[in-house]
Design a protein around this ligand. Structure first.
Ligand code: FCB
Length: 458
């Protein structure tokens, strides 16, 4: 059955913009990642990534799908940049495919791979769109995985090489950098629970991987600053409110544990140069391999914090002592089963300001998956996505009005794309992609976002 968004939507553009909370230089953008949109997996010297390999294993991804063609952005980026321009976006977030730039993970640079990003950056700038470059969005070269992957410290140095090659080539034109996307996912889904590539399942590996991802972030900050003058560097974390299902002490404790593992673990390291004692205590037997000086490197001052927000996480204590997620009967959910709760985004942003005082925050991802269908007239109407987006942009406006320094908002995603283990079944785009023909059809949410951006500049 189709999910009907019954939550607080229907916020008119005029009302969202009414109190003037969005500054004139606010960045209105859309976000993507290399493996999810580029395709061209075997072209121009690109090496193999852990996602190529993971997708090829039976049962890992829905219908055995993969990113070999994806949304074919590698060939159609000009058309897609034109869509961004017509949208009125002044920022575009995309990621670099590591195996396109360093096919063996480290060592020799594939200049042809870098050429693609060079052309893309020029195309964006020529259209008045600021490039937001993410260095790592989960597509580790398999040669690095074969040498141990993120749980190994040598991957940190290899990431430094990637940062050097990319910033060396693009740093004269790109000033906004995101080192990593969602280290929690890399560590836990990739190495802890085996649900994402590379599919390993060890808590010790998850914590070591997450530590090395953070360490490589700190190292990359230095590398980027040396070739990108005036660089603004951030990291994108998947943050959420951890909400106890009831006021029961055990449920409250379960929510606090989740908050510790997913939010505070990363925020405390980045802003306070320490891992939270409660989480360290719980994982004493699997403690990450932290060396002297690591946390100081990780806590290099951030120019902005990237927040990827989709939904709160409601949890309860499970029988046997673990935790489990809870669906609230009164709440609305997207097709991925993620609760729609825009007010939770406002609270999250206010909390980040209160507890961590980031210089600036960019909402680097926010969006919703719904089962879009193309009508007989060829159009795609997605009122649920529009309602989701308007409620969440309104939530950002409320945080701004409360004094939180939010500098930008990026819809996930510009285009329908390869949604990891869900394959192509889950569509997040403002623009529908007809996969058999790769034709782009802007959805009604695209028109709404275009109108919002235009109205914000009046
Ligand atoms: C985020 C990822 C992004 C996309 C969205 C739906 O966790 O960063 O690649 O999959 O979720």
């Amino acid at each position: 059955m189709r999910t009907v968004f019954a939550g607080p939507g229907g916020v008119k553009i005029g009302a969202i913009l009414a109190d003037g909370a969005f500054p004139d230089d606010f960045l209105w953008g859309a976000a993507t990642s290399a493996y999810q949109i580029e395709g061209a997996a075997r072209e121009d010297g690109r090496g193999e990534s852990i996602w190529d390999r993971f997708c090829a294993q039976p049962g890992k991804v829905r219908n055995g799908e993969d990113g070999a063609v994806a949304s074919d952005f590698y060939h159609r980026y000009r058309e897609d940049v034109a869509l961004l321009r017509e949208l009125g976006a002044n920022a575009f977030r995309f990621s670099i495919s590591w195996p396109r730039v360093l096919p063996a993970g480290a060592g020799s640079v594939n200049e042809t791979g870098l050429d693609f990003y060079d052309r893309l950056v020029d195309e964006l700038l020529a259209n008045g769109i600021e490039p937001f470059v993410t260095l790592y969005h989960w597509d580790l070269p398999t040669s690095l995985e074969d040498a141990g992957g993120w749980p190994e410290r040598r991957t940190v140095e290899a990431f430094g090489e990637l940062a050097g090659a990319v910033a060396g080539r693009l740093g004269d034109r790109v000033s906004r950098w995101i080192t990593h996307n969602e280290p929690w996912i890399v560590g836990w889904l990739g190495y802890g629970w085996g649900m994402h590539a590379p599919g390993r399942a060890s808590v010790a590996d998850a914590l070591a991987a997450a530590h090395h991802v953070l360490l490589s972030h700190g190292l990359a900050c230095e590398v980027i600053r040396s070739s990108s003058r005036g660089a603004q560097i951030g990291i994108a974390l998947n943050l959420m409110e951890a909400v106890p299902a009831t006021e029961d002490r055990e449920d409250v404790a379960a929510a606090d544990e989740l908050d510790g593992e997913q939010n505070r673990w990363f925020l405390d390291a980045l802003f306070r140069a320490e891992y939270p004692a409660d989480v360290l205590g719980r994982f004493a037997a699997e403690a990450p391999p932290v060396r002297e000086g690591d946390l100081a490197t990780i806590a290099a001052p951030l120019d902005f914090l990237g927040v990827n927000y989709y939904a709160p996480n409601v949890v309860e204590r499970a029988p046997g002592g673990g935790r489990r997620g809870v669906r609230r009967p009164e709440a609305a959910y997207t097709d991925l089963g993620w609760e729609i709760a825009p007010q939770s985004l406002t609270r999250l942003l206010v909390r980040l300001r209160d507890e961590y005082q980031p210089r600036s925050i960019a909402v680097t991802e926010n969006g919703a998956a719904f089962t879009d269908v193309r009508g007989h007239d060829g159009t795609v109407r997605d009122p649920e996505r529009r309602a989701y987006l308007e409620a969440h942009v309104d939530a950002v406006g409320r945080a701004l009005a409360a004094g939180v320094p939010v500098s930008g908002y990026f819809v996930w995603s510009l285009l329908d794309n390869f949604e990891w283990t869900y394959g192509y079944a889950q569509r997040f785009g403002l623009v529908y992609v007809d996969y058999p023909t790769l034709e782009r059809i802007p959805k009604s949410s695209y028109s709404w976002y275009r109108d919002l951006i235009a109205a914000s500049r009046d």
